[in-house]
Design a protein around this ligand. Structure first.
Ligand code: FYN
Ligand code: ADP
Length: 583
């Protein structure tokens, strides 16, 4: 417990030691095992950042709040504890809101703490410095939002923020701290007593026995069962239980993007390479921490079993999720199992025992056949050494390097750079792949890379589309400043999707999707003392990445990709309005 002495209360003169709002915030965070703050200093929180550092918290300063916010959010995912982002008022707060909303959407536990202007002035709209009703603005974007007005309530405010962020379905929480709060003083002993160490912040939620029975019955009768693992399953850290569920039932599984590696992608029961066959053919689908949102085509339509609906009554769904209201959100869930994934899977395993019948061989064989065909086709494509280098040539290298470094973190964003990496680069361990998530948001790259390095201590490989990198590129200075073992690889094809688009009006301006040709991104890293690599061939890319992983020095590899190589919107072209039928 730290205490600050105000000059008016010199203990030598017999007065009680005092503390203040700054130190109460710091002490409350430390008491709850929060060790790192991601943020950006400025009025009114500059002194808070200094004092936090002085008191032993790690203060990671960014160049833009959005990136600090994304860092805090992914730290929350990686630790299952809230990641904390600290910003200044109005503009800084607004800059971080994209990350807060993204955290809420992705179920990442995060707390955004922003300083704010004086309530009396803001509420009368008298034009304060950076005046804004931040609490009202944050509310619809956050799982919860709180404001603390009195120093003695700081402990409660932080306890509430922690509980809201990690209990039940995790999400982003906003905590509004007006400038005046920081300087408020109070008796240090009373201050210490006002703080709360949150007990059991994310209580287990045990599923109802009848829900477990219902699920087991459905699963037992399945002829073509399939398990879909989502990032909720990765977040839940029930790695052994999830693996046992797959292996003891022998049911094939599909990992969603951030669930890759929960079981190694090379596992014989992975159906990832037969995705478009597995989804419509499966008769009973067990969703584990995966929502039936757009990434799973809402559980209906031609991606799913609609075409078989008449033949066998449609597909049946079992869903394990901590949020009861997730059930039936897109299609009927025949067997909802509400609870935390560790408890739910443990309960299922108790019912499964050791003699669970394997799924019919016809189903397993059909999946294997598709999978092997796709894997063979991909190997053929990867073996081609195209010049100029294309996505496959570059990813053949990345795939080998990730295989040789299974503990390294992989950050991934872009359109083609994202989609090709997801299906080509196998992951071997849980929670190693972090990416654009539920929104397909661009801009997570450098924020995620910084936090991944800091939170795990492992080297980070960030595979970035040249467009995606632009959203957070200035943080290469942050990477260099903290000397983080981050190797950024930019797949540079001179534009958004590709670099060949022309101005349809024939004017002098470049097309909206085109960038400066042959940009030397590697020099950005060199500008701050890191290593820049220009890689026009797979060999140059391999050497650059291997050296980065060996040296652990901040490195940026500018991987030159054929500018004709990208597809509009990658694998989600169908979402472009010109490709959609209007009703
Ligand atoms: C997958 N595949 C493989 C393998 N893994 N082939 C061989 N070997 C391996 N290991 C095959 C798989 O069977 C698919 O082929 C194909 O690769 C693609 O697999 P993926 O990525 O799993 O499937 P798909 O259809 O692309 O998945 C749909 C999706 C995905 C919506 C889940 O596209 C996605 O996550 N998209 C996010 C896009 C996004 O957020 N973009 C950012 C915005 S970009 P087939 O089975 O033959 O189909 C703004 O423009
Ligand atoms: P993906 O994009 O990988 O399919 P989603 O983000 O759509 O994953 O889904 C994650 C789901 O996991 C959410 O519905 C969330 O409520 C759930 N979830 C998160 N943590 C847990 C947990 N510990 N136990 C159960 N469900 C969880």
């Amino acid at each position: 417990m730290s205490a600050v002495l105000s000059p008016a209360t010199d203990p030598a003169a017999g007065a009680a030691p005092m503390t203040d709002g700054f130190h109460l915030v710091i002490d409350a965070l430390k008491l709850n095992d929060i060790t790192t703050i991601y943020g950006l200093p400025g009025i009114p929180i500059t002194d808070l950042t200094r004092m936090a550092q002085a008191e032993g918290l790690r203060m990671i300063s960014f160049r833009h709040e959005q990136n600090a916010g994304h860092a805090a959010a992914i730290a929350g995912f990686l630790n299952a504890r809230p990641g904390v982002c600290l910003t200044v008022s109005a503009p800084g707060f607004l800059n971080a809101l994209t990350a807060l909303a993204n955290a809420t959407t992705n179920c990442f536990p995060m707390i955004l703490i922003s300083g704010s202007s004086e309530r009396e002035v803001v509420d009368l709209q008298q034009g304060d410095y950076e005046e804004m009703d931040q609490l009202a603005i944050a509310k619809p974007l956050a799982k919860a939002a709180y404001r603390v007005l009195h120093a003695e309530d700081i402990g409660i405010g932080i306890a509430r923020a922690i509980r809201a962020a990690v209990s039940g379905r995790p999400g982003g929480v906003y905590l509004d701290l007006p400038a005046k709060l920081f300087a408020q003083t109070m008796d240090a002993a009373a201050g210490a007593a006002s703080l709360i160490k949150v007990v059991d912040p994310a209580p287990r939620q045990i599923p109802a026995p009848e829900a477990v029975q219902r699920a087991l019955e459905l699963l037992r009768g399945a002829k073509k069962p399939l398990i879909v693992l989502g990032k909720g399953a990765a977040y839940a850290r029930a790695d052994d239980e999830v693996r046992a569920l797959v292996e003891r039932t022998g049911i094939p599984y599909l990992p969603m993007s951030m669930a890759k590696g929960l079981l190694p992608d090379t596992h014989e029961l992975s159906a990832a390479a037969a995705r478009s066959y597995a989804l419509p053919e499966a008769d009973v689908v067990l969703l584990v921490g995966a929502r039936l949102n757009w990434l799973l085509s809402h559980g209906k339509g031609k991606t799913w079993g609609g075409k078989h609906a008449k033949a066998w009554g449609g597909q049946k769904f079992i869903q394990i999720d901590i949020s009861p209201t997730e059930m039936d959100s897109n299609v009927r869930i025949d067997a909802p199992v509400v609870g935390d994934i560790g408890s739910c899977v443990t309960a299922l395993l108790a019912g499964i025992g050791s003699g669970w019948p394997r799924p019919p061989a016809a189903w397993l064989d059909a999946l294997s056949e598709r999978k092997n065909k796709n894997i063979a086709k991909l190997s053929e494509t990867l073996a081609k050494d195209a010049r100029p280098m294309n996505f496959h040539g570059a990813l053949n290298v990345v795939r080998d390097i990730v295989k040789a470094n299974p503990d390294a973190m992989l950050v991934n964003e872009g359109a083609n750079a994202l989609d090709f990496t997801r299906s080509i680069v196998d992951m071997y361990k849980p929670r190693k792949r972090v990416d654009v998530g539920t929104w397909g948001v661009m801009g997570i790259g450098m924020g995620f890379a910084v936090a991944a390095a800091i939170e795990t201590g492992q080297p980070v490989i960030a595979i970035e589309g040249d467009s995606a990198f632009g959203f957070s590129g200035m943080e290469v200075e942050t990477i260099c400043r903290y000397q983080l073992p981050v190797c950024v690889v930019i797949f540079n094809n001179n534009g958004v999707y590709r670099g060949t688009d022309k101005n349809l009006g024939g004017g002098a301006d470049m097309a909206p999707t085109a960038f400066v040709k042959d940009a030397r991104y590697e020099r950005l890293m060199e500008a701050f003392g890191g290593v820049g690599v220009y890689a026009a061939t797979p060999d140059e890319l391999r050497r650059g990445m291997e050296e980065a992983l060996r040296s652990r020095r901040p490195t940026l590899v500018n991987a030159i990709i054929d500018e004709t190589a990208g597809t509009e919107s990658g694998r989600i072209t169908s979402l472009n309005p010109t490709r959609q039928k209007t009703t």
